[in-house]
Design a protein around this ligand. Structure first.
Ligand code: SAM
Length: 112
């Protein structure tokens, strides 16, 4: 599909060490320079929620492949990638742990 890997992707063992050392299952892990989102991927494996920020849409698009269902068709993957690359939102997977987290956040009411 012509998608390039992130040039500075780091090994999963690095965020794994810090996530296990500093957080508990169910905590939220934030990476403000996500790149290929190794941190988010490992956080999800470790049963943590995650939020990632990445300014380059091509890296954001490529990182989304880490979280797609295996049974997605090539054509669907390509469309998803193109949509993200031009800055369009894509629908979050209905069975995603992340979606459940955000549903919880939307129902949150501040105490003021
Ligand atoms: C060293 S890379 C992170 C690599 C990542 N750890 C991985 O495993 O793929 C840093 C990333 O931060 C992004 N970045 C730099 N400044 C940013 C900003 N102000 N907001 C969001 N992302 C930014 C860059 O585009 C780059 O992809």
């Amino acid at each position: 599909m012509g998608i390039k890997a992130h040039p500075a992707r780091f090994p999963g063992k690095l965020p794994e060490f810090f996530i296990r050392f500093l957080t508990e299952p169910g905590d939220l892990v934030v990476d403000i320079f996500a790149g290929s989102n190794t941190t988010g991927f490992v956080a999800e494996q470790e049963n943590r929620y995650w939020i990632a920020f990445e300014k380059e849409l091509q890296y954001l698009a490529a990182s989304s492949f880490r979280f797609m269902q295996e049974e997605m068709e090539d054509e669907q993957l390509k469309n998803w990638h193109q949509e993200i690359t031009i800055g369009h939102p894509v629908e979050v997977l209905s069975d995603s742990k992340q979606l459940r987290f955000f549903e919880g956040a939307v129902s949150y009411k501040p105490l003021v």
